[in-house]
Design a binder for this molecule. Structure first.
Ligand code: GLN
Length: 486
């Protein structure tokens, strides 16, 4: 086994025992990036020198017997998380040369454990997209099939994990952007409860939906990474002052007495690929064979999720993105004689087509006379969707569902058809509207060997239940251990 193939918990054990050093491990990962990155394009910035310095420092901490679970572990960070002194672009031309003067809270937390950052990963511009094709710089390719998308918007993070170009990664999820690429790349990805992880230093897309979360090789790693990043932060007013449990303690065998809810509507949705349904059905059977009990549930209002999300998210985005005006930071268009002309030229050149589309939709929906018809209405629908979940969790512990309606599609297949692209989030975005946690775990392959994921959802702050079901499932299956050949 190569060092770069290790998971966080395997590498952590070897580091602690002195069997390997972080310098060796980080060197192996950087070499892997050098060999494979040209095929995948998972990174926007690789920080080789800084990573080796961090590895050296981590080795000293380990030698002193002061290691934490992430000490010396090479991680990849989605390029919308502010990293002091390291370019943070959001895959946008408008932030191409932006170097944050501060660290996001989660970076401080990772640094506190002396994790190593190998680089910043590619994404859809400002996290708007489901395929990574909306990056202003380059599309990322799926390691399982280089002609296909890795999913989005955290596609760079998921592809880097799948391709062993990091040991673990961080993504963000506004409507599915951790779970959907995790599913498409056959890795494990968790969106925590809204408020569980601080968003301070996360460049905002839609503030009432955004959450940061782990993208990893297995569920044990997810729990380790979540332990590191979860918790209250006074600098984020939406983070919840609630104690953080040790999530690794949820990883124990046995699902007896666990009730898994199967939402009828999700399995009756039009346009879902039969191979996705077959894999998910098989996963449900496996979980029931492990002792869980199947209960039928209904999420009747989830079919309005796409419509509500694609009003609320663009509204919040149009407001958040107003700050890119060529004055405060980022790109400024040259040679403009007045300030309005400068704003116009800066934003016209700086933003890509999808971002502009969202700004226009959002501004329209928030404008006087339209606010009640669109934004308020969508917010009311959001409350009803949340209520559906609340009712469902009265009769089950977790909900099982598909992640994406199809396996990863071809690069270029949907990029000119925004509506079809938006529909690829049909099973993920109501989870963000409700603010509940969800994980995607690998659950099989389509007949043409493309990855399929299983989504496991829990009630607010019930990450432990999700992790427990996901852990038991991975103990009984091998899908998460399979590696792409490319
Ligand atoms: N694909 C969805 C969108 O385009 C979700 C993106 C995300 O979760 N960041 O908005």
């Amino acid at each position: 086994m190569h060092l770069y193939e290790l998971s966080i918990h395997e590498a952590g054990r070897l580091l602690k025992n002195g069997d390997i050093t972080s310098e060796q491990l980080t060197g192996a990962v950087l070499e892997r990036i050098e060999q494979k990155e040209a095929k995948i394009d998972a990174y926007l910035t690789v920080c080789a020198d800084q990573a080796m310095r961090q590895a050296k420092a981590a080795d000293q901490i380990i030698a002193r017997g002061e290691a934490s679970p992430l000490t010396g572990i090479p991680l990849a960070i989605k390029d919308l998380i502010c990293t002091q002194g390291i370019r943070t672009t959001c895959a946008s031309a408008i932030l191409e040369n932006f170097v944050p003067p501060f660290n996001a809270t989660i970076m401080e937390k990772l640094n506190f454990q002396h994790a190593v950052m190998v680089g910043k990963t590619n994404m859809d511009e400002f996290a708007m997209g489901s395929s990574n094709e909306h990056s202003a710089f380059k599309p990322t390719r799926n390691p399982w099939d280089l002609s296909r998308i890795p999913g989005g918007s955290s596609g760079g993070s998921a592809a880097a994990v799948a391709a062993d170009m990091c040991i673990g990664a961080i993504g963000s999820d506004t409507g599915g952007s951790i779970r959907q690429p995790a599913s498409h790349c056959s890795v494990t990805g968790l969106k925590p409860t809204y408020g569980r992880v601080s968003r301070f230093g996360l460049v905002a897309f839609a503030s009432s939906l955004d959450q940061i979360g782990p993208v990893t090789k297995d569920v044990t790693d997810t729990a380790i990474l979540l332990n590191a990043i979860a918790g209250y932060d006074p600098r984020d007013s939406t983070s919840v002052p609630k104690e953080t449990p040790d999530y690794t303690r949820a990883l124990e065998k046995g699902l007896k007495g666990f009730k898994v809810g199967i939402p009828r509507e999700y399995f009756e949705t039009e346009g879902v690929d039969p191979s996705v349904l077959a894999c998910v059905e098989k996963a449900i059977t496996t979980i029931c064979e492990l002792g869980a009990e199947r209960v039928e549930i209904s999420l009747p209002r989830s079919r309005y999720g796409v419509a509500a999300y694609y009003v609320i998210a663009p509204c919040e985005a149009s407001s958040n993105l107003a700050r890119y005006d060529g004055v405060k930071y980022g790109y400024r268009a040259p040679e403009q004689s007045d300030i309005i002309g400068m704003y116009r030229a800066t934003r016209s050149k700086g933003f890509g087509a999808e971002v502009k589309r969202r700004i226009i939709i959002g501004t329209y929906c928030l404008s006087s006379g339209y606010y009640d018809a669109y934004y308020r209405k969508a917010s009311q629908v959001r409350t009803l969707i949340t209520e559906d979940y609340r009712n469902a969790f009265k009769s089950c512990d977790v909900i099982l569902a598909p992640v994406a309606p199809t396996p990863p599609f071809k690069i270029g297949e949907k990029v000119d058809d925004p509506l079809t692209m938006y529909l690829s989030d049909i099973f993920t975005l109501s989870v963000n509207l409700a603010g509940i946690p969800g994980i995607s775990v690998p659950c099989g392959f389509s007949p043409d060997s493309l990855p399929v994921g299983l989504q496991i959802l829990g009630n607010h702050f019930c990450e432990e239940k999700i992790l427990k079901v996901a852990y038991n499932y991975q103990q009984a299956t091998e899908f998460h251990r399979q590696k792409p050949v490319f």
